[in-house]
Ligand binder design. Sequence first.
Ligand code: ZN
Length: 511
Amino acid sequence: MYQRDDLAYGYGAATAVLTLDAALPTTILIRFQRWRDRLGERATDLELVTDLGARIGSVEWLRGLATCAALCTGAWLLAPGFRPIAAAPQPGFTESHWDEARAIGIAPLAYGGDTGRRMGATDAVLPLGETPERPSVDLTATLGRGDGFTRVLERAGVAGVEAKQVAAMVAGAISVDEIKPGTRMNVVLGRRANRNEARPLDHLAFRARLDLKLAVERVDGRLRLQKVPIAVDDTPLRVQGIVGSSLYRSARTAGAPAAAVTDYLHALATKLNVGSDVASTDRFDIIIAHRRAETGEVEMGDLLFAGLTHGTRRTQLLRWAKDGRSQWFEASGVGESRGAMRMPVNGHLTSGFGMRMHPLLGYSRFHKGVDFGAAYGSPIVAATDGVVAFAGWHGGHGNYVKLNHSSGLATGYGHMSRIAVRPGVRVRQGQVIGYVGSTGLSTGPHLHYELYKNGQAINPNSVKFTMAPLLAGRELARFRGELTRLLAVRPGAALSPAPVMASAETLKKKG
Ligand SMILES: [Zn+2]
């Protein structure tokens, strides 16, 4: 086909010449055109690329075979072939070069430099009886996780007796267990009488707490403890802003740490559906425990308050410890904790409660729970406090855990890849009870989650019930006081440039 097209282009060119250039004799052009026509006819018949798979044995086929063979032979004859390239021979080492190379090599130095370039030790060299010692050793010791205070000192070279003495002194100022792992200690060890005993501790300084620096000094041969209080501003960090396209991203951009934002979302999830109830125009309000020392160190604490303003509706949740467990309490609802069921897995709803076509069985069947799609191995947590009623293989549920809760409620968790609890064990809300899998009748990793009320399966999404550890009396008053205190915090106050003055006063009040 391309041959014909090429010729058509040729005609076009010839006609163009004819119209444009009238100076050429017309007869020549006509003859040229005839010649082109004949060539065109022939070229149309000529098949340059022969299909060797068709019409085997015909003249065209034989010609095609001959062309193919000729091309192959040509290619083979033109192949360059491989021939080794001659290179200059490597010049050998002379005797002196060899000595020099050996003198600066590593092995001769280890043997004492026997090449003549460096002198090896002879009998004229007397070994030193004792190298002089430094008058003092300055070092940094770090308290590891699960480490002991005395052990750190002993590791640094302090004698056991002295380490215990120092630990006792420090324990007088602060509980030794309170010192955080990773704390660095500056240790200075002094001169000793002989090598067979440990160096005495001359100086020890470390940050025992954010607001306290401790130093142990040797004065006139006796150790003395020195306490240096550091002013700390504990104004909570308040972050506010507009939700925008992503609540998480907006809160992070506004300056809230990642862990606090995650806690915030979990807190909100106990009250509303974060996916659908939050609009981009809503305002978030996050308060986090925050401590700042005058020396510049910052300690971020827990999330204290989670707020969201949705038009006129206002969600305000305050973290409050009740019966030794901190929970989220609604500020407006007079300390009532509501919707205390927690999402059992970090995933999204893939199948709801009710009649549906079963993906594996292929017929319509009642779905007794909801399905959450989640990555294989994601942790599954108890929706609320309870006792493990069943943990093991349960037919189509695969690896299955059932928890009994208070007021006739029970929850079931199916298709787990692994179970992390045993029957009869008491579990707390948020405790990991297993991991997402695809055991039993399942098409892929997901959590099948069921909620039972007096043995009847009910829709987990429809239930908003009160766990009701209500606050009352004195506790309620304290709760309200704390809420007022937190809401009085100005956003960004914790980061303002002069917080130390105020905190010095609070320190005085405390001490
Ligand atoms: Zn299911």
